[in-house]
Design a protein around this ligand. Sequence first.
Ligand SMILES: [Zn+2]
Length: 381
Amino acid sequence: MEYFKFFNPTKIVFGKNTINQIGEYVAEHKFKKVIILYGGGSIKSNGVYDSVVNSFKLNNIEWIEFAGVQPNPVVNHAREAIKMIKEYGAEAIIAVGGGSVIDEAKAIAAGIYVEDVWNILERKETITKALPLFTVLTLSATGTEMNSFAVLSNPEEKKKWSFGSPYSFPLVSIIDPTVQTSLPWRQTINGGVDSISHILELYFAGDETAEPTLAVNEALIRTIISSVDKLQLDESDYDSRANLAWCASLALSGFSSVAMNGGEWTVHRIEHAISVLFPKVAHAEGLAVVFPAWIKYVNKENPERFRRWAKNIFNDDNIEDGIESLIKIFKKWKAPVTLSELGINPDFIPALAENAMQQGTLGNFRKIEYDDVVNILNLTL
Ligand SMILES: [Zn+2]
């Protein structure tokens, strides 16, 4: 572990009823006019919206709101929000929701200062500035509440791409695990699968001498598994909900990436191809199908690391048993584990592979080309 940089300026406010504090944090930064961004409106039925706006009223903060962020957020919606913000003169963005809302908010925050927001994703314009972003997290999964990355889709061009910038960290993120107790089970497991996948993308690519990060990452995965297992028995179990939430944030906060060589990210790139061509597939569902197949395909390149993973996560003595244990857990949680369970016909594999290769070679310790993607997807049948 010879050289690394670590930077994470996001303030996390975690715990029961912390949403009521959002107005105080916005006021502390002297912002008076903000825009609230959210998705389909569940925040209006579960009390989150009321807590946020009451807190704004108490702190004399004016707001406008923009709803309708989609589960795979799209560039056109972000463009509309940018227009609104410019007209209204909002000084900050308040993203209230899960990963999709926060990711779109990051694109909007940076998009205000460039000619067109999609140029950021195409690497045609660079982020040099962004509107301050506050988040109220309602679904722990992607870790976006505590990092500088975001994913945005352009359905017309069939592109689901990501970007990151030091200007894209949220200023303050509120994580109140109690608002997640009313989530449908599918969302809870999606959170578990996505956060495990983030850690695995990093862990398998990492420096073998980086014992602190490897050990922390193993502990995070074990805690995520035991928390989701407990929630499957009792969805209102606060401690498991809280542990899952914090693990999901840490999974992609920078702590888990130290000396992990930037990670692998092959499975995410393949999944993005799946969910841009089949938008009904949730991100984590695609990951649950592709991750075990990728491990089967590449483990011989770094057998020591995969053996360590099987032993330290599942207490299995060999890699094959570790892969089976992972699939068994996903099945127990009722996550899909085959392409057909996603409703995708194998005839689409070439199109998926082509889409996954849009930005060039995948992977890090194991480079992945078009034929490899086809082979990996053939292991998901
Ligand atoms: Zn993910």
